[in-house]
Ligand binder design. Structure first.
Ligand SMILES: NC(=O)c1ccc[n+]([C@@H]2O[C@H](COP(=O)([O-])OP(=O)(O)OC[C@H]3O[C@@H](n4cnc5c(N)ncnc54)[C@H](O)[C@@H]3O)[C@@H](O)[C@H]2O)c1
Length: 275
């Protein structure tokens, strides 16, 4: 028995880093996973790895800043899995620059990938999840000897948005990224209020520095020595960088029934970095 048995999940940004680890973990726990990324070959490779372990995954190349791509990804999950109850918005980009140095195109890119995508994916996924909720409530009413499923037991779905420690505090030379992650934290609360009555929980995970290609890209963008940058990033109470799996485990908690009364919250996973 896995914590995600029978679940149908979309993970965006799943070709790399935290998204990839999450796709693997949800599949290992029994979910069927749509592996969504702009990097189509990378998504295919991850789906292949998951299938090689005897689990179910389908790769989809999608640009999550585009409405048509987000709609197509949700449609594909419904077609392949018969519905959708889990959405993890992991796709993200960073541009390390202050307001003076940041190019307008980079502002637009960061806001589109990190913020607009969360809205677009929810725009298409929530109606499907809400439909599942109604179907499950109806079948629970008949299956369970006439007893209606209580609100606490309804399973419309769960969404996890990936914020950042820099959605909760500021950081240097990352003005668009900080703006975008602050938006993700508060969008999560707004979405939790809106969609709780449909049985859909919406939560946010805010990772600290996690060893992924994005963190190494930051060193390059800042013109920093990579080893020194990573060593400095590891300076925190637990004295190491996060691993993608550290973050995936927190995401698993928030999409599984272990967190059935948790919505609108932000879980910081950062080795104590902002403590
Ligand atoms: N690594 C960290 O230290 C850290 C810290 C805090 C928050 N985060 C957040 O975690 C999430 C995952 O980051 P990561 O570190 O795994 O990064 P990563 O670069 O390893 O993975 C990000 C993935 O998003 C995909 N992507 C980018 N633009 C896309 C688009 N338009 N459409 C679809 N996919 C797109 C990329 O192709 C890539 O596979 C991001 O939201 C990031 O902001 C990361």
């Amino acid at each position: 028995m896995g914590a995600m048995d029978g679940r149908r999940a979309i993970v965006t940004g799943a070709a790399s880093g935290i998204g990839r680890a999450t796709a693997h973990l949800l599949a290992r726990e029994g979910a069927r996973v749509l592996v969504v990324d702009l990097d189509g070959d990378g998504a295919e490779a991850v789906a292949h790895e998951i299938r090689a372990k005897g689990r179910e995954a389908i790769a989809v190349r999608a640009d999550v800043t585009r409405d048509a791509d987000c709609r197509a990804a949700v449609d594909q999950a419904v077609e392949a899995f018969g519905g959708l109850d889990t959405l993890v918005n992991c796709a993200g980009v960073i541009r390390r620059a202050n307001a003076v140095d940041l190019a307008e195109a980079d502002w637009d890119l960061v806001m589109a990938v990190n913020v607009k995508s969360v809205y677009l994916m929810a725009h298409h996924a929530v109606p499907v999840m809400a439909g599942s909720a109604m179907a499950e409530s109806a079948s629970a009413a008949t299956d369970d000897r006439g007893r209606r499923a209580s609100d606490g037991q309804r399973r419309g779905g769960a969404i996890v948005n990936i914020g950042s420690g820099w959605g909760l505090k500021g950081g240097p030379d990352a003005v668009a990224y900080c703006a975008s992650k602050g938006a993700v934290v508060n969008m999560t609360r707004a979405m939790a209020i809106d969609h709780g009555p449909q049985g859909i929980r919406v939560n946010c995970v805010c990772p600290g520095d996690t060893d992924t290609p994005m963190l190494r890209a930051e060193a390059r963008q800042l013109g920093a020595d990579e080893a020194a940058f990573l060593a400095e990033s590891a300076e925190r109470p637990l004295a190491r960088l996060g691993t993608p799996d550290d973050v995936a485990q927190a995401i698993l908690y928030l999409v599984s029934d272990a967190s059935s009364w948790v919505t609108g919250t932000t879980l910081v996973v950062d080795g104590g970095g902002i403590a």
